[in-house]
Design a protein around this ligand. Structure first.
Ligand code: 3PG
Length: 353
């Protein structure tokens, strides 16, 4: 059974919280979007209120098992201090005698942010010794990192082998919203699948077509489906684009007829799931399709759910984040969950006694 924060006596306990502070950075290393940080604040605040000693851990980027100065968690520390209005100490590493000593000397309500987990290659190889080193610093382990729960990394599946473990509020919320979407969506339901790399989307298209009434796909996805001869269980539910905006021989956005076709479905829907932009939205000239679709989604009365890095960035940029009922913090993790696969980070918590 999945234990959650409220199942633990947290007073005076050292709580090791796995967060996903893997936020997008610009070329100067500034945070472009702090959505994932903000989403962990309720868990952190609750733990402070309950008198826990908090050790926060996360990865940032893909440093490949070595220290990369630009991927230190200093900016994350600043953001957390801003949102919590508290002072937070950041350790120079995530394991080792110094951090361990710190964890022993902390007072209730104090927060220690551990350095980027992926500076150690043992994180991604799920090294048992590394997991034990991390576990040594806590009395309880909380996973609030839905977005990385599809990875079999030490801080996700290794540490909970050694500590009483459960889910934080964010993980709990993501599981609930996405499970409800799969089990009990209000109908008609549509899924809009754009972006690139059909391999990462094919399974989710297939799974979601079991429950959705229509699955609307972008030109890029449609082209890849055809090129790779991918077949689906319910091909009739898949609504393909009928035109596109072309440049240099490439289709870079859905065209006006497709927009109309998609809008006809959107107005009927009671549940809408959207992952993946419908055009090359990095360029303003190819944002039109995605913008029209986003506007139609929030205008309707449907339950709206968005997810995936590019989609969320776009929804945020156009100021629609608060207008969606749920924006998932997950990219790959969300797609895996919606494909019907078990996420190892959730499975390990469910196996806890
Ligand atoms: C994400 O951004 O999707 C998660 O933080 C996982 O990151 P990863 O794809 O580098 O494992």
């Amino acid at each position: 059974m999945l234990k959650t924060l409220k199942d633990f006596n947290l007073q005076n306990k050292r709580v090791l919280v796995r967060c996903d502070f893997n936020v997008p950075l610009d070329e100067r290393g500034n945070i472009l979007d702090d959505f994932r940080i903000k989403q962990t604040i309720p868990t952190i605040k609750y733990l402070i209120e309950k008198g826990a000693k908090l050790l926060l851990m996360s990865h940032l980027g893909r440093p490949g098992g070595r220290v990369v100065e630009s991927l230190r968690l200093t900016l994350i520390q600043d953001k957390l201090m801003e949102y919590l209005d508290l002072s937070i100490t950041k350790a120079a590493d995530c394991i080792g005698p110094e951090v361990e000593k710190w964890s022993q000397e902390m007072n209730p309500g104090e927060i220690l942010l551990l350095e980027n987990l992926r500076f150690h290659k043992e994180e991604e190889t799920n090294d048992d010794k590394f997991a034990k080193e991390l576990a040594k610093m806590g009395d309880i382990y909380i996973n609030d990192a839905f977005a990385v729960s599809h990875r079999t990394h030490a801080s996700i599946v290794g540490v909970p082998e050694y500590l009483p473990s459960g889910a934080g509020f964010l993980l709990e919320k993501e599981i609930k919203v996405l499970s409800d979407l799969l089990k009990n969506p209000k109908k008609p339901m549509i899924a809009i699948i754009g972006g690139v790399k059909v391999e990462t989307k094919a399974k989710v298209i297939d799974k979601i077509s079991e429950i959705a009434d229509w699955v609307l796909v972008s030109n890029v996805i449609q082209k890849e489906i055809e090129e790779k001869s991918i077949s689906f269980k319910y091909p009739k539910k898949i609504i393909k684009p009928v035109d596109g905006i072309k440049k240099d021989g490439k289709i870079l956005d859905i065209g006006p007829k497709t927009i109309n076709l998609f809008l006809e479905k959107i107005v009927l829907a009671k549940t809408i799931f959207w992952s993946g932009p419908l055009g090359k939205i990095e360029k303003k000239e190819f944002q039109k399709g995605s913008l029209k679709i986003a506007k139609a989604i929030i205008k309707g009365k449907s339950f709206s759910l968005g997810g995936g890095g590019e989609t969320v960035k776009f929804i945020n940029k156009i100021g629609f984040r608060e207008k969606f009922n749920h924006i998932s913090t997950g990219g790959g993790a969300m797609l895996k969950f919606l494909s019907g696969d078990k996420l190892p980070g959730i499975e390990v918590l469910e196996l806890q006694k």
